[in-house]
Design a protein around this ligand. Structure first.
Ligand SMILES: Cc1cc2nc3c(=O)[nH]c(=O)nc-3n(C[C@H](O)[C@H](O)[C@H](O)COP(=O)(O)OP(=O)(O)OC[C@H]3O[C@@H](n4cnc5c(N)ncnc54)[C@H](O)[C@@H]3O)c2cc1C
Length: 389
C-alpha cells in the first residue's frame, strides 16, 4: 500500500491552494480563521456561488453536471487545502455530499438535469429531512405521511434536527406513502420545495448558542408527483444510501478540519504553559497519533471504495472520528482551564475551542449514534446475533 501523492496530485494541490489564497480576500477573508458554526449565511451563500462559478463547488461530479470528475485522492487534497485555508463546514454540504450523490445513484435523468446543476452552481441549498421526534435511530418508525392528490404529493407530519433547513430551498423528505404500512416498507423519498405556506421551520437553540438545526412542520405541504426518487414505497434503499454517503466520503472535510483544531489546542498549550504538564503532553501526543491513524484509515477506506471492495474501515470510520473528536474537545477544556468557561461577551461568545468542545458532544449522535455504530460492527463485522427488537 502506498500512501503518498503522485506528481500530478501534488500539482493539483498547488492549484487548489493557490486558488484559495487568491479567493479568500475582500469580504471572503472573513470566512477564514478558527470559527465554528458561523452564522453569516449571506456571505457563505455567496461563497458557494463563487465556488460554483469557478467550477469548484462539486469537484467529484462529472463534468456534464458541473463537476470536474475529481478522483477520491483529489477530493482528499481539496478537503485538506480547504481546511488549511481556514474554512469551516460548507453551508451546502448536505446538497453536495448527501443529496447530489443520492440523485446520481437513484434519480431519473430529468431529476439529474433539474436538480444537480443548481447545486453545482451554489444556487440551491438542501436539507435532509429524515429524523422525527419518535424516529431517530429507529428511523423506519417514522410517521410523516404523504398521499397523492391529482398531480401532487400532499405531506403531513413533523421532522426534527434538520440541519440548515432554515436556509434550504429544497428538502429531501423521507415519508410514508403507503397507508397502513409499517417499518421500512411503504416509505418514499420526496423532493419538497421548502418555501411554501404549508411548511413551517422553527430553529432549535443548541448549547453552543447557535441554531444550526430545526424542527419542520408539514401541514399539507405540496410537491409535484414526479418529485419522487424511485418508485412510490421504495424509498428505504435510497435513504440508507444517503446515510452511507453521510458517514463515508462526506467526512473527508471534517477530518481535515480536525488537524487545524488540534493545532489550535497545541498553540493554546504552548502559550499558557500547559504543554509542560506531563499528563497533557501524553494526551496531545495521543491526539496526534490518533489523527494519523484516522487519516490512514480514511485513505484505506477510499482505496477500497475506488476498487469497489467492501472494506471494514468504513464501518469503524464514524465511531473512530467521533470518539477522537470528543476526546480532543475534553483535552481542549483541560488545556484552557478556567479560561474555557469565560465568554468574551454576552450571549454565548465563547472562545472557539470552547465552542468546538460544546459541539463535539453531538459527534456521537449525528450520522448514527455510537451505540448504533457498535451494533453495526457487532452484526456486520463480528457476525454476532442481531440486536433484539
Ligand atoms: C448535530 C446534529 C445534526 C443532525 N442533523 C440532522 C439532519 O440534518 N437531518 C436529520 O434527519 N437528522 C439529523 N440529526 C438527527 C440524528 O440523525 C438523530 O439524532 C440520531 O439518528 C439519533 O436519533 P434520536 O436523537 O432520536 O435518538 P434515539 O434514537 O432516541 O436514541 C437515544 C439513545 O438511545 C440509544 N439507542 C437507540 N436505539 C438503540 C439500540 N437499538 N441499541 C442501543 N442503543 C440504542 C441511542 O444510541 C441514544 O444514545 C442530527 C443530529 C445532530 C446531533
Amino acid at each position: 500500500m502506498k500512501l503518498g501523492f503522485t506528481a500530478a496530485e501534488e500539482a493539483f494541490r498547488g492549484e487548489i491552494a493557490g486558488w484559495f489564497e487568491r479567493a479568500l480576500t475582500g469580504d471572503f477573508a472573513r470566512l477564514r480563521g478558527p470559527t465554528f458554526g458561523r452564522d453569516d449565511i449571506a456571505l457563505m451563500k455567496s461563497w458557494e456561488r463563487h465556488l460554483g462559478d469557478c467550477g469548484l463547488g462539486t469537484i467529484a461530479w462529472p463534468r456534464a453536471y458541473g463537476g470536474r470528475a475529481a478522483t477520491l485522492i483529489e477530493r482528499v487534497i481539496f478537503a485538506e487545502e480547504e481546511a488549511r485555508a481556514g474554512l469551516g463546514p460548507r453551508p451546502n454540504h448536505i446538497a453536495v455530499e448527501l443529496v447530489g450523490p443520492t440523485i446520481f445513484a437513484f434519480g431519473r435523468d430529468d431529476q439529474k438535469s433539474r436538480f444537480l446543476p443548481p447545486i453545482a452552481a451554489g444556487r440551491e441549498f438542501w436539507a435532509q429531512c429524515f429524523s422525527e421526534p419518535g424516529a431517530g435511530s429507529d428511523l423506519a418508525n417514522l410517521r410523516t405521511k404523504a398521499q397523492r392528490e391529482g398531480g401532487k404529493w400532499v405531506i403531513e407530519g413533523q421532522k426534527i434536527w434538520s440541519s440548515l433547513a432554515h436556509i434550504a430551498d429544497w428538502g429531501l423528505v423521507l415519508c410514508r406513502t403507503e397507508a397502513g404500512s409499517v417499518g421500512s416498507r411503504g416509505l418514499s423519498l420526496l423532493l419538497v420545495p421548502m418555501a411554501q405556506p404549508h411548511v413551517t421551520i422553527r430553529p432549535i437553540r443548541q448549547m453552543t448558542g447557535e441554531s444550526e438545526f430545526n424542527e419542520i412542520f408539514f401541514d399539507g405541504a405540496r410537491t409535484a408527483a414526479h418529485n419522487i426518487i424511485g418508485e412510490p414505497g421504495d424509498g428505504w434503499k435510497a435513504a440508507m444510501a444517503t446515510l452511507g454517503f453521510e458517514r463515508g466520503v462526506s467526512t473527508l472535510g471534517t477530518q481535515a478540519r480536525y488537524r487545524r483544531e488540534l493545532e489550535l489546542v497545541l498553540t493554546a498549550a504552548r502559550d499558557n504553559g500547559k504543554a509542560a504538564d506531563p499528563a497533557i503532553r501524553q494526551r496531545l501526543a495521543r491526539a496526534e497519533i490518533g489523527l494519523r491513524v484516522m487519516r490512514a484509515n480514511s485513505l484505506r477506506m477510499l482505496a477500497n471504495m475506488e476498487c469497489q471492495r467492501e472494506g471494514r474501515e468504513a464501518v469503524i470510520n464514524k465511531l473512530y472520528y467521533a470518539t477522537w473528536h470528543q476526546e480532543l474537545g475534553e483535552l481542549a477544556m483541560d488545556v484552557l482551564g478556567r479560561m474555557a468557561e469565560l465568554a468574551e461577551g454576552m450571549d454565548y461568545a465563547f472562545p472557539p475551542l470552547t465552542r468546538m468542545f460544546l459541539f463535539s458532544r453531538a459527534d456521537t449522535i449525528y450520522a448514527g449514534t455510537h451505540q448504533i455504530q457498535r451494533n453495526i460492527i457487532a452484526e456486520r463485522v463480528l457476525g454476532l446475533p442481531r440486536d433484539p427488537r
